[in-house]
Design a protein around this ligand. Structure first.
Ligand code: 3HC
Length: 397
């Protein structure tokens, strides 16, 4: 199969990511079928697609009302029944809740009804593509295509190879993401959180520990990081992504990687109370009147931006040590997936490595988390060597 053979794409799950991914495919000119488990969810997804097209495209003159009507009426169809959704597709992208059992049920169903040639992709944030593929009889045609929120804007898509995924499937997925206008990064080793979300897992653990230990208020940290240049504060971003996604990710990482990644009590309480962030109108912040206004004067000195950067650099190095990807891949993933001005390895060019080691040791001690301890590469003073080998400036310390 080649990318030119793709005419119709199914998007399974009409939520925050599903509706955005459907928009990307529609904008690229594909016929899209949006499927969810009941009509109410499907209708909500269609409304979200229309609202976002109106707000971000028609209002700015990037689409006319006529063009939008044409997209909505001629390119987009909907389904609740999987057979209706899958019977004539060439490519499917699943974006259902981050629970392995649900993912597997969806893939088993998709496999049953989708044509033999169709490629089945998962937008899972963290979970094993190899494991998801086992629910099908076409493991070689199952792949990860991990988008970032909002999918219309964020250019990164991680294309993940499961153990049985064949090169043809990888290539078609990469080519399709390029047609979508994305920057695909190939992830050849199926590892929890792939690249960007593995790096962020350490930040989330730190953000959770800060709340649980009442070290600083979310707004103080967000003001600090916005002043430092991030477009969204880190807590605001968690609300934007969805605290349920954050919570499920923490559970997954804590089981598969290390217990320290387990969701903080503060996040657990919010999720149990149904406060999932932007989508429910309340999370860490109140979103009922739109995006929270972060008061930059609240910026704290109880922590330093270097603390948040350090845990990301540390986690990025772990990925390289584990053979998941190269330093350049980590930087591309963080720049195009999380809107960072610089990737962790580019940041490491500017930070003295003994300072990095010192901050990490202090964080590990203060929050009693082993995952913040400096990696072997930092501990042994080999970060400069690693940077140099990967084509970066070696920091002379
Ligand atoms: N669709 C299309 N356009 C959008 C949009 C959307 N959903 N949201 C915002 N925009 C447009 C705005 O219209 C505006 O366009 P303009 O420049 O032409 O006026 C532009 O984006 C900037 O928007 P704003 O001025 O309102 O606000 P920001 O400058 O803060 O940009 C943002 C918004 C692009 C979302 C930016 O805040 C950002 O990059 N935030 C970080 C996002 C991020 O890190 N995402 C990753 C989440 S993690 C994830 O998805 C992984 C998963 O596995 C959990």
């Amino acid at each position: 199969m080649r990318v030119d053979d793709i005419k119709k794409i199914a998007v399974l799950g009409a939520g925050a990511m599903g509706h955005g991914i459907a928009m990307v495919a529609l904008l690229a000119g594909y016929n899209v079928v949006l499927r969810d488990i009941n009509q109410e969810f499907v209708d909500k997804g269609v409304k979200a697609i229309r609202d976002d097209f109106e707000k971000f495209y028609v209002a700015k003159g990037e689409l006319t009302e006529e063009e939008l009507d044409k997209i909505m009426n001629e390119q987009l169809t909907t389904a609740v029944d999987m057979k209706d959704a899958a019977s004539d597709i060439d490519f499917a992208i699943e974006a259902v809740p981050e629970i392995m059992k649900i993912k597997k049920e969806v893939f088993a169903d998709l496999d049953k009804y989708a044509p033999k040639h169709a490629i089945l992709a998962s937008n899972t944030s963290n979970m094993s593509i190899t494991e998801i593929a086992k629910a099908t009889k076409r493991e070689e045609k199952v792949v990860g295509t991990h988008f970032f929120n909002p999918p219309t804007i964020m250019r990164l898509v991680e294309v993940i190879k499961g153990e049985k995924t064949i090169e043809e499937t990888m290539q078609v997925a990469v080519d399709l993401m390029k047609i979508f206008g994305k920057i695909p990064v190939r992830v050849e080793k199926d590892s929890p959180g792939f690249i960007a979300n593995r790096v962020i897992a350490s930040t989330i653990a730190l953000l959770g520990a800060i709340l649980d230990q009442k070290v600083a208020m979310p707004e103080e940290i967000d003001a600090m990081m916005k002043k430092f240049g991030q477009p969204m504060g880190p807590y605001e971003l968690l609300d934007y992504v969805g605290l349920d996604v954050v919570y499920d990710g923490g559970i997954y990482f804590s089981k598969i990687l290390y217990p320290d990644y387990a969701p903080a009590k503060a996040f657990e309480t919010l999720v149990k109370d149904g406060h999932l962030g932007m989508k429910t109108g309340k999370g860490v912040y109140d979103w009922s009147r739109g995006r929270p206004k972060i008061d930059l004067s609240k910026s704290t000195d109880k922590l330093d931006p270097i603390d948040l950067m350090s845990v990301e650099i540390n986690e990025g190095i772990k990925l390289v040590e584990e053979g998941v990807c190269t330093p350049k891949d980590v930087d591309i993933a963080m720049k195009y997936g999380y809107s960072r001005a610089k990737g962790p390895f580019e940041m490491a060019e500017d930070i003295p490595h003994d300072l990095l080691k010192d901050r990490l040791e202090k964080l590990a001690h203060k929050f009693n988390k082993k995952i913040f301890e400096p990696t072997e590469t930092i501990k042994d003073g080999r970060l400069g060597e690693l940077l140099k080998k990967a084509g970066y400036d070696e920091y002379a310390v």
